[in-house]
Each structure stands twice: as structure tokens, then as C-alpha cells.
Design a protein around this ligand. Structure first.
Ligand code: SF4
Length: 364
């Protein structure tokens, strides 16, 4: 087992666009939760904590935990065998308004060595419209503190927001690149039905995406995945495990695990998960997605094409016992949306915008 993901399902309030497993909750529940998630891990991490190469505290908002609860969680993980010296990467997500010197010191003490900061935008009106609790000033101050404490980490931005101009988004990208961000990820907002936000600008996605890629490439932040950009050596090792279909254990409500090629999770949110943990985390309480061969093939192609390396045709043949049907990809190679380079097929040029289309019409 390569990686550990620990979900913290609490947020101070719920943002208008949120589609994650997140809930506001009183602090007394936080303490109960830390006990429960540690209990889950004690029962499930049978192959041992010493085997984890990367770990990630995500949410929700891990930084909403008080200093006391954060310490309890990290000390509990350490007690169960998570050794900071053995981890190649240990990341924690932060919301700008929840960053404090005290929590940073605790995180450093227990081996967290990378941050991921949810900035989303550096425009106060847009932040307010999204329901975020921080301002651009908070975000920049938080970035300074985290960057100087951990030395490496990610800044999350969003684009295609209601009332956002292209220039507005590009100015956020420029600002973070000029401040020395070593890793930036940006995602176009996808509004699920029922979310009460103004309509999004139409057709700005390609322009915003391509211009932002250009700015980052000039700043030497290379695209190593559709939405992720990093200086050489600052790519997220943990996220690469997901894209390379490595194995990971996910703990907490809604967290997925991928072990021995099978994805599993506890159906439902906090309450069913809590009952499952209190009942001793029986294997029978997990919902398992056992993929068909075709499903595995699609997943392999989809995830590989998201990355800079692309799909290795040799690896594909080794895993699936047949050659990859290049003729299906040919129209996109001719269009220069895909490139074939020796053993690899990968996205190219505007193809980075249209992975869905390429995948749907031609692969695998
Ligand atoms: S901080 Fe993130 S997880 Fe929490 S409500 Fe906002 S979008 Fe959802």
C-alpha cells in the first residue's frame, strides 16, 4: 500500500458551489471524529503504517481543527506507526483564514512537509460570491506563512467563475507565479444542479485555460497533469499515485480506497460511516467497485492521458494482453491534439482542452 488519505469532513461554513463531503459541526464533534478516524485506521491499516510513502490530510477543511485536535490526530497517526522520516511527502490542506503559527508548528513537528492552500481567487467580490470566508489579503498572507514554513506546496485557483473576466483570472495566476508559488492547480468551476450562484460566463474556458498555461510555462511551472503545474521537483507525489493507479487507503466518511485493483468506500456520509466504525469496520460494510476488464482499460487510458507522460503503449500491452488500437487515435493525432512519441501517446496543444472528447470518440 503506497499512500494514506485522511478525510476531515468539517468546514466552518459551506461554500455555495461545494460538492464535497463537508459539513459544519461544533468543535466537540471534531474531537469525537479524530478518535473515530484513528480507530478506523487502527482496524484497517493491516499492512502497516510503515509502508505508506505519502500521506494527505484533505477535506472538508483539515485546518478547521483546533490546534488541540490537530495535535491529537497527528500524534495518533504517529503512535500507530506513521513515521515522518519514512514518508516521501505528507501534505495538509489549509483554508487561508485558518492558518496560524501554532497549527503550522504542530504540522511541522509531526512531519507535514507540504501544504495545499485553497485560495480559489484573489478577487474579494468573487470570493464573497463563492461563499468563501477569506479575502485576497488573507490568502496572500497565508501563502507567505505556509511557503516559508514548508518550502513547498500547492495553491488552488478556480476559473470560469460567474462574473469573472479572463484578465481577472490571469492576474491571479500571474500574482502567484511572481510570488514564487512552486505548484499551482486550477479547475474550471462545474456547477451542480441546485447551486444558487449566478450563471457562469460562456465559452471563456479555452481562452482562460490556454492563456494561464502560457503564463505558467513562462514561469517554469510545467503542466504535469491537466490541471496541475509545478516547478521541476515540486510535483505532488501523492496525487501521482492516484493518476498512476497506485494503491491507497482512504479513511473517513466518503473517502475511497484503492487496494489490489478494487475501489471501496462506505456508502453515505457521516452517520453511516460512524456506525460502521463503531461496529468494528467490517469488510462487509464496504461497497466495492470491482471493475470489468473494459473498465480497467478505460481507467488506465483516461488517467494516463491526464498526465504529461501520457499512455505507455508497452505498459498497456503488458497489462491488457493486446496492442493499443492506434487507428482510433489517428484522427486526433492528425489534428495534433494527440502526439505519438516512440512508445507513448499523449495530449498535445489544444488537445489538453478536449480530453473528454478524445476519450469519448476514439479511446480505447
Ligand atoms: S472549504 Fe472546500 S470543502 Fe469546505 S465547503 Fe468550501 S468548497 Fe466545500
Amino acid at each position: 500500500m503506497q499512500s494514506l488519505y485522511v478525510h476531515i469532513p468539517f468546514c466552518a461554513s459551506i461554500c455555495g458551489y461545494c460538492d464535497f463531503c463537508a459539513m459544519p459541526a461544533p468543535e466537540r464533534l471534531h474531537s469525537e471524529y479524530v478518535d473515530l478516524v484513528l480507530r478506523e485506521l487502527e482496524l484497517r491499516a493491516k499492512e502497516g503504517f510503515a509502508n505508506f510513502e505519502t500521506a494527505y490530510l484533505g477535506g472538508g477543511s483539515p485546518s478547521v481543527l483546533s490546534a488541540e485536535n490537530l495535535r491529537k490526530l497527528l500524534a495518533g497517526l504517529q503512535k500507530q506507526g506513521l513515521r515522518k522520516n519514512a514518508l516521501k511527502e505528507f501534505s495538509m490542506e489549509w483554508n487561508p483564514e485558518q492558518v496560524s503559527e501554532e497549527k503550522i508548528d504542530i504540522a511541522l513537528e509531526f512531519g507535514i512537509n507540504r501544504f495545499s492552500l485553497g485560495i480559489q481567487s484573489l478577487n474579494d467580490n468573487l470570493l464573497k460570491m463563492l461563499g468563501r470566508k477569506h479575502t485576497a489579503k488573507n490568502a496572500l498572507e497565508a501563502f507567505e506563512k505556509l511557503n516559508s514554513a514548508f518550502g513547498t506546496g500547492n495553491c488552488d485557483l478556480m476559473f470560469c467563475l460567474p462574473n469573472q473576466s479572463t484578465e481577472n483570472f490571469l492576474s491571479d495566476v500571474r500574482t502567484l507565479a511572481s510570488l514564487g508559488a512552486k505548484h499551482i492547480s486550477f479547475y474550471g468551476l462545474t456547477l451542480e444542479k441546485g447551486k444558487k450562484l449566478p450563471p457562469q460566463p460562456e465559452d471563456l474556458y479555452p481562452e482562460m485555460y490556454l492563456k494561464a498555461v502560457q503564463i505558467l510555462s513562462e514561469a517554469k511551472l510545467d503542466r504535469y497533469e491537466v490541471s496541475n503545474f509545478a516547478l521541476a521537483g515540486h510535483e505532488s507525489k501523492h496525487n501521482m499515485v492516484y493518476w498512476k493507479r497506485g494503491s491507497y487507503l482512504g479513511a473517513g466518511p466518503s473517502a475511497h480506497s484503492y487496494l489490489r485493483g478494487i475501489r471501496s468506500y462506505v456508502e453515505g456520509k457521516y452517520v453511516p460511516w460512524k456506525k460502521w466504525v463503531m461496529g468494528g469496520c467490517p469488510q462487509s460494510g464496504l461497497t466495492e467497485d470491482i471493475p470489468s476488464i473494459e473498465g480497467k482499460e478505460m481507467e488506465a487510458v483516461w488517467l494516463s492521458l491526464r498526465t504529461r507522460e501520457g499512455l505507455s503503449l508497452k505498459d498497456y500491452e503488458r497489462e491488457f494482453g493486446k496492442e493499443f488500437e492506434l487507428k482510433k487515435a489517428k484522427p486526433f493525432i492528425e489534428k495534433k491534439w494527440l502526439e505519438l512519441n516512440k512508445d507513448h501517446i499523449r495530449l498535445n496543444g489544444e488537445g489538453w482542452l478536449w480530453l473528454d472528447k478524445i476519450f469519448l470518440y476514439s479511446l480505447p
